[in-house]
Design a protein around this ligand. Structure first.
Ligand SMILES: *Cc1c(COP(=O)(O)O)cnc(C)c1O
Length: 435
């Protein structure tokens, strides 16, 4: 088996709010929202009630030749959240399938318009879009990609606007402009062959919560318009309020041509994904000739339970002013984490919406840092999973004046535990799982 399997998995028996409980009754704060999917905690009363109701009505029906109220209502409400700009909605079941759909749709849309040469994709360095073959082809995270490289279609990778790359004297906006200049050069040379640019707006999650300035999105939008290239926003991780606005693109005041949504949309309950699109994309497929149509389906596309969970999520956003409440909650956690900004052992402290991250300085990291930090976190009631030397917090939207100071204290104590380990401690493999 893989080495990572040496870390004994936590056997979780139940969850409530921010807490997960293992079979021994020990609790863990879910500081990564179960891989960024959970929004309102585990076993949320409102989502549970909606699902129980839906379970007795209609758990699932195929979305071919049939439709159902939760799917229709979800499509309408999401479209309304874009002010109607992205007025069409294609359903699927997980993030990678939404990315596949967006890529296929972008290519096919140009083909239907007679521009058959436009079949290449542009993506950002260190971007992540999922792990099926199409999504991997526009992903630049080597551990996921390397083994499959010979199988992947070629894509163009351009500079990431990651603000950490600032040269002395450069601002985050300067880095964004430098990255946009590289995109511009590529599109000027090659746009006749390029179908779409795909990117994660504002935060490259799997790159270690790499944040960048919204000016890059504005430049990318303008360049795509100028060069007849579609813009695909992968909001699978950053959507649903994570960055402080419902969609991350709103920070830049732009809309993409295609927008992928998954993860948080069902509150972290069930697999569901959607691709929202502009009418201009939709119109390219509207024809009596079936070959011009977009044929793509997954068995559980638009699952009724998942759609109903998503409606309960949107209800909460509407009824409870989640975005305003998150701003308050975030201020509390930011204040509690302030000592890290002055900590000489860390660098690049960053915060956006309900995402916090910092990097441990390279010379201090040592072997197997993510694993050691994760295990030390467990001992302090944290479920936390650094990426490389980046420690990040992406908590459910349930922080308060008690939880935030507690969470910050535990994270800083875990950092002390890990950085105070002797090299011998650090080298010792984790305890094997007890039978
Ligand atoms: C998680 C993620 C995906 C893939 O979603 P899955 O549901 O895991 O297939 C794609 N893009 C981004 C930005 C993600 O964070």
């Amino acid at each position: 088996m893989q080495r990572a399997a040496q870390v004994p998995p936590l056997a979780i028996s139940h969850g409530q709010g921010v807490w997960l409980y293992d079979e021994d009754g020990k609790r863990y704060f879910d500081a990564v929202s179960s891989w960024w999917v959970n929004l309102f905690g585990h076993a949320d009363a409102r989502i549970n009630a909606a699902l129980k109701d839906q379970l007795d009505r209609l758990p699932h029906v195929m979305l071919a030749g049939c439709t159902h109220a939760p799917a229709v209502e979800l499509a309408e409400r999401l479209s309304a959240l874009t002010g109607g700009v992205l007025g069409h909605c294609f359903f699927a079941s997980d993030g990678a399938s939404a990315v596949e759909i967006a890529l296929k749709m972008a290519f096919h849309h140009w083909r239907n318009r007679g521009l058959t040469d436009k079949r290449e994709f542009v993506c950002l360095r260190q971007g992540y879009h999922g792990e099926t073959l199409g999504a991997l082809a526009v992903t630049d995270v080597q551990i996921f990609r390397n083994a499959y490289d010979p199988l992947l279609m070629q894509s163009h990778q351009v500079m990431s606007p990651d603000a950490r790359q600032a040269l002395p004297g450069e601002s985050a906006a300067d880095v964004a402009r430098r990255a946009a200049a590289e995109l511009q050069a590529l599109l000027e040379a090659r746009s006749g062959h390029i179908a779409a640019l795909i990117l994660e707006p504002l935060v490259q999650g799997a790159a270690g919560m790499a944040t960048y300035h919204p000016t890059y999105l504005q430049a990318a939008r303008a360049l795509c318009d100028q060069h007849q290239v579609l813009l695909i926003a992968d909001e699978i991780a950053v959507g649903c309020g994570r960055t402080g606005s419902f969609f991350a693109c709103e920070h830049a005041g732009i809309w993409p041509d295609l927008l992928c949504l998954s993860k948080g949309i069902s509150g972290g309950y069930l697999p569901l994904s959607l691709v929202l699109s502009r009418d201009s994309v939709y119109q390219a497929f509207l024809d009596d000739d079936v070959a011009r149509g977009f044929l793509h389906s997954h068995s559980y596309t638009g699952n009724a339970l998942a759609c109903r969970a998503a409606l309960a999520v949107l209800d909460r956003f509407e009824d409870e002013d989640v975005l305003a409440r998150n701003r308050q909650q975030a201020a509390g956690l930011s204040a509690a984490l302030a000592p890290l900004q002055a900590d000489p052992r860390v660098e690049n402290f960053r915060h956006l919406g309900m995402i916090w991250a910092f990097d441990v300085k390279e010379p201090l990291v040592g072997a197997r840092f993510p694993e050691r930090f994760h295990l030390a976190g467990r001992a302090r009631e944290l479920l936390i999973r650094p990426i490389g030397r980046t420690v990040y917090l992406l908590p459910p939207y349930l922080l308060n004046d008690t939880l935030s100071p507690w969470l910050a204290r535990q994270v800083m104590a875990t950092l002390d535990d890990v950085l105070n380990q002797t090299p011998e401690d650090a080298a010792r493999p984790p305890e094997p799982p007890t039978a």
